[in-house]
Design a protein around this ligand. Sequence first.
Ligand SMILES: Nc1ncnc2c1ncn2[C@@H]1O[C@H](COP(=O)(O)OP(=O)(O)OP(=O)(O)O)[C@@H](O)[C@H]1O
Length: 573
Amino acid sequence: MEKICVAVRVRPAVTVSEDTTVNGTYWKVEENRISLHKSNGTPIPGISYAFDHVFDESCTNSRVYELLTKDLIHAAVEGFNGTVFAYGQTSSGKTFTMNGAQNDRGIIDRAVKDVFNKIHKIYDREFLIRVSYMEIYNEEINDLFAEENQKLPIHESLERGVFVSGLKEEIVSDAEQVLKLIQGGEVIRHFGETSMNARSSRSHTIFRMVIESKGKDANSSDYSSSDAIRVSVLNLVDLAGSERITKTGAGGVRLKEGNYINKSLMVLGNVINKLSDEAKQRGHIPYRDSKLTRILQPSLGGNAKTSIICTVAPEKLHVEETKGTLLFASRAKRITNCAQVNEILSDAALLKRQKLEIEELRKKLKGSRAEVLEQEILKLRNDMLKYELEREKLEMELEEERKSHKERDQCIKEQQMKTDNLNTRVNSSDGDKSSSQEQNDGKQSLEEFSGNNIVFQDVFGTPTFKAAPNAFVGKRSNYSRVRDFSPLPNTYNNVADEDTWLKMNRGFVADLDSIQMTPAREFQSFPSSDVTLGYSTENYKVEVQNLKRQLDLVLEEKNELEFIKEERAMAIL
Ligand SMILES: Nc1ncnc2c1ncn2[C@@H]1O[C@H](COP(=O)(O)OP(=O)(O)OP(=O)(O)O)[C@@H](O)[C@H]1O
């Protein structure tokens, strides 16, 4: 949204001798302000106006162009609609400003040249310029490029908006070509002599440039400069001046012209008034009340950049008209337009733009996905580190378990040796009471309980190690078999019954070959009451039972440890 740019230009007094004071007042221009002052220099309250620019009598067209219109013309080349128009009473300098004079080129001339200069410096786009020139004379539209095109109608369509049907458009390639065409149009334009102006414009003229451009590089990835076509309309308008019939003394044709001019300017004033009101209070904007306002509709509160040059005459005769023009200008200053680049997209261009937009969105999405993945990877790395530490800790624990397990195995072995030793001693004392045959049977019985490796210890505590041949491995299934002999000496029958013996020897494996007994000990007999080496037979048996129980417990514990070990190994894997 941007305000219409409004400037006031005071033309020089018509003659040097002309008194520019009015009842002792004069117009004073200070920077961008114009105010009415008394001849003694004091300002008159309430008659002071500020605008975007105020140009005094000495200002040239060149300066007006530079300050007021140049940017707008350049914006038109870039795709914005633009309108510049001169408004003011008759003979105030509108045509001088827009069309210029011999020694001071006007806005139209400068704009045309500037447009071509500008487009020649834009290398990445190609331009197509079309121009037309029309006048609204007595509320009829005439073609100034084709005299035969008279009374052209206004139409409106969704694609083109408001347009003059049948108006000739010339495709042009340089400024000179355009200026020649304009000169031709000036010949047929309606001028007339009035008492106010020897060459008074009797019509409103609209010179129009349609600037189309397209990116040269259709393969460009920048869709804004690719094959989207920009179309902007630049209107340069020289209005006819309002006039007081009493002043001009017009009659006949001039009177009729003056009426049409005033009427259309009044509609323009109404449109400006409405547009200058707050949006809520605006109501209906009477664009359709005149052809001028209808054609200029987009430039007044629409999609265009607009500049208005209000020309005023400094003479005492025209103070009221000047006040009226300043009031019009100050209302126009409140109007807001909404200019935007006008682009037309072909289906292919539209498709290309959409593809590029999708591609951009994909890139953005990919970017955010990459961020998410990066975070995910970081989290996984942290987790891995955590598990690694956990694994090391478990390995250490497992190592400790192994050590302790080894120690227990060692302990079991020692206990087994003790048990074995005791068994041997028990067998030896039983052997004293049994026959040699029984002793042989006892050997046979021991064979059945032999193991692969045996650590044997004699009664004197001297351990003997011998690897047991496989042939002598006893079978545990035979444990339950009822023995037809007892390996224990008969003298211990009262304590060494079969059940007790089996219980005592559960799990015990002996290899007869590994037993190296001395003859003295083998046949040595012990009296039942005798206490050998500080142990009674009863004591031995009790001790063996105790050791067996402990062994069972240790084996159970060992199994549990094995189980735990396996579980942990699985967890680590
Ligand atoms: N800024 C200026 N400097 C010098 N001469 C000027 C200036 N403005 C206007 N004039 C002269 O004033 C006279 C009237 O100017 P011009 O025809 O441009 O008025 P106008 O507003 O277009 O009048 P109309 O509405 O009747 O067409 C012309 O002779 C013109 O050369």
